[in-house]
Design a protein around this ligand. Structure first.
Ligand code: GDP
Ligand code: MG
Length: 682
């Protein structure tokens, strides 16, 4: 179990910290060799979670009861347990960590019994030493002066083992080609002074070098030098009790080597830093402990990758959550069909905001993992934005079409507009506004495109314009047809009331002339409609047929039973009841009533064949139309059989009319006869 103890030591270099920052220690590895789950929290409580790379880690190595905890407490203002003088027995075991006061340093202290007697403790001793070496930048090797040169007494055997396993586990280069370097800082305790520090240094250096050479190294690392991985540095401290003042002075001096970056012998050189951001330290250390514990043949880069995966995922998820929060409110309006003003700039902001947040925290981790996770994040961001983009395009498309239609109606109000000009102007306007909106919605670095939607829009505008043109063309044909009817009405009436042999010639001539004018007026208008050849052909066909039918209905009107009978009667009467000079006849018994009657009747009867069929005397005036058309526009004219339209009166009709006419005129005959009888009687 991890425990935390509040620190009460007043320490030099103590500065003001925010209230929430504390300096309580935490047991990162407990008696059961479990790594604490609380280290991340603790790093936060120490106020270091945002330190990035701006922090250091130091650990200590050395025999039991050599004053290690005392040294750390003095150097860093920590409050690691110091052995109780009266008991001289240490019972707890484990690794503790504390933040140094006045400095961004995480300090680790190893506690435990000397492991030489018991195998179990040896295991912990070895593992804790390996862990300290692998995870810290500076490893303080603490030893009494009299231990110098004593292989066994100075824990040199342990050091050999630790070097060996450390090389096996963590000795490979990091992917960026750096060796993970560590400073071994030898602190010689109870230095009396008779042997100068330089001599002690030489002895220790030689010993360590010997140990290094005796290591059984992995084959691929067999040529590696001690200096490839470690720098050696030295310090000596006088006796804490016997030379208390001097001890204090030297401690302060040593402390400065941990604080003052300007010194040549400043210990926390950048090359020792493990390049793990402070907020990832807990996870990183847990991983190292895991490897040390299970002795897995993993190396630091892999460990760094695992850490990077874990942290980059966390950072990415946080960035994504905020991004989703921002994007969410715009989803509904887009789905509801609204063109959201400035959506593109919003999307670009959300996206770059999320990536900036990710980059800020994640870029400090393993570069390969950082980049891979970034690409994943980009893919998720873009897959969230893409439907918004597509929705916006769809809505732009729809609203552009609506505007286009409205403006078409607007543009064709009143007279005197040029259809083609209206369409061109509106199409350009509509395309421009669509493109502006679509370009605004684009997000850089994506493969998004609006070309398809744009092509579709253009196609639909074209079909709308075509529909408008068809409707307009129809309307125009209708107007021309009405004018045509008006124009032929009177002349045809006149002709039909003058039953001469050239009657049909005159009618057809009028028809031709009027139709020619109508066609010309259609073609003039059609030009401004940009009508196609095909459309013109169809429209003219319709116009011709309707004109013909208009003529036919005019003729039908004049040749209905009643009006035709009236025509025949008038013709007859003019000849029977009036003389050549137009004077009404008064019949006398001498008059040849029978002869006059027959002549007038026969003459009137000649009108029947004349009216019954449209047949000009001049064959060049004969008019003809194709009977069949396939165009849907002329559907109203299907079942149109031109030759039959030339027949005005059918045979039965002719017979019927003839009979009725005979009966009618018989009455005139009787009346004429009676008038002579009555004149005799008078
Ligand atoms: P550690 O647990 O092995 O790191 O050692 P401690 O810091 O608990 O100290 C063990 C004992 O050595 C305590 O009784 C300390 O008072 C004493 N001690 C600490 N520093 C020194 C020193 O520099 N010289 C001597 N002679 N004794 C010391
Ligand atoms: Mg201790």
């Amino acid at each position: 179990m991890a425990t935390a103890v509040t620190n009460g030591h007043p320490v030099n270099g103590d500065t003001a910290y925010p209230n929430e920052v504390n300096f309580e220690r935490v047991q990162i590895i407990d008696n059961e060799k479990q790594f604490t789950p609380h280290l991340t929290q603790q790093v936060e409580r120490w106020g270091l979670q945002n330190a990035g790379f701006d922090y250091d880690i130091v650990a200590v190595f050395g025999s039991q009861s050599t004053g290690k905890s005392t040294l750390l407490n003095r150097l860093f203002g920590t409050d690691f347990d110091v052995m109780d003088e009266t008991k001289r027995q240490q019972t707890t075991k484990g690794i503790w960590m504390c933040r140094g006061k006045g400095m961004n340093v995480m300090v680790m202290d190893v506690e435990g019994t000397d492991g030489r007697e018991r195998g179990e403790d040896q295991d912990f001793e070895r593992k804790s030493a390996l862990f300290s070496m692998a995870s810290s930048e500076v490893l303080i090797v603490n030893l009494w002066e009299h231990q110098v040169g004593l292989y066994q007494g100075a824990n040199m055997g342990l050091l050999k083992t630790v070097f060996e396993v450390n090389l096996g586990l963590f000795g490979k280069k990091t992917p960026d080609g750096r060796n993970s370097r560590t400073l071994l800082l030898f602190v010689i305790r109870d230095h009396i002074g008779t042997t100068p520090l330089a001599n002690l240094e030489a002895t220790l250096t030689a010993d360590i070098q010997k140990i290094w050479e005796s290591l059984s190294k992995p084959t691929e690392l067999k040529d590696r030098q001690l200096s490839d991985y470690f720098d050696l540095s030295f310090a000596a401290l006088p006796h804490k009790v016997l030379a208390a003042d001097k001890f204090e002075l030297e401690i302060q001096e040593l402390r400065r080597r941990f604080v003052d970056k300007s010194r040549d012998d400043y210990v926390f050189k950048p090359s020792y830093h493990k390049r793990i951001p402070a907020d990832g330290v807990a996870f990183y250390m847990d991983g190292i402990w895991e490897q040390v514990q299970t002795n897995k043949d993993l190396d630091l880069p892999t460990q760094q990758e695992l850490l990077a995966q874990f942290r980059c995922d966390e950072i990415s998820a946080a960035a994504l959550a905020e991004f989703n929060e921002q994007a969410k409110p715009q989803r509904r309006p887009v789905e509801a069909g609204k063109v959201v003003e400035g959506l593109g700039s919003m999307m670009r902001n959300w996206r770059s905001g999320a990536l900036t947040r990710y980059d800020k925290d994640a870029s400090r981790y393993h570069q390969g993992v950082y980049k891979r996770k970034r690409a994943d994040l980009v893919a998720v961001l873009d897959s969230t934005l893409s439907p918004l983009f597509l929705g916006q395009l769809k809505n732009l498309h729809k609203s552009s079409l609506v505007t286009f239609k409205q403006e078409m109606h607007e543009g064709m109000k009143g007279e005197g507009y040029n259809f083609a000009d209206v369409v061109t102007r509106l199409r350009e306007q509509c395309e421009k506004s669509f493109l502006e909106g679509a370009k605004e919605a684009l997000v850089e670095e994506t493969d998004w495109t609006y070309e398809d939607e744009f092509a579709l829009l253009k196609e639909e505008m074209k079909s709308i314009a075509d529909q408008f043109r068809k409707d307009e063309t129809k309307k125009m044909v209708n107007i021309i047809e009405r004018n045509f009817k008006r124009q032929i009405s009177e002349p045809v009436d006149l002709c039909l009331n003058k039953p001469t042999a050239e009657m049909w010639d005159n009618i057809l001539k009028t028809f031709r002339e009027t139709l020619d004018k109508a066609e010309a007026s259609y073609l003039a208008k059609a030009k401004s409609f940009n009508c196609t050849e095909q459309e013109n052909t169809t429209a003219l066909a319709i116009l011709r047929k309707r004109a013909w039918l208009a003529l036919r209905s005019k003729i039908d009107e004049q040749t209905s039973d009643a009006s035709f009978l009236a025509k025949l009667r008038t013709h007859f009467e003019e000849r029977f009841r009036y003389d050549d000079k137009g004077v009404p006849r008064v019949w006398t018994p001498e008059d040849d009533i029978d002869g006059a009657f027959k002549k007038a009747k026969d003459e009137a009867l000649t009108l029947i064949p004349l009216y019954s069929k449209i047949s000009p005397t001049d064959a060049s005036l004969e008019y003809t139309l194709p009977s069949e058309t396939s165009d849907s526009l002329t559907q109203d004219l299907d079942d149109f059989d031109f030759p039959s339209t030339l027949i005005i009166l059918s045979e039965t009709k002719t017979l019927d009319i003839t009979n009725r006419f005979r009966k009618d005129v018989d009455a005139y005959y009787v009346e004429a006869k009676r008038s002579t009888v009555s004149s005799i009687a008078q």
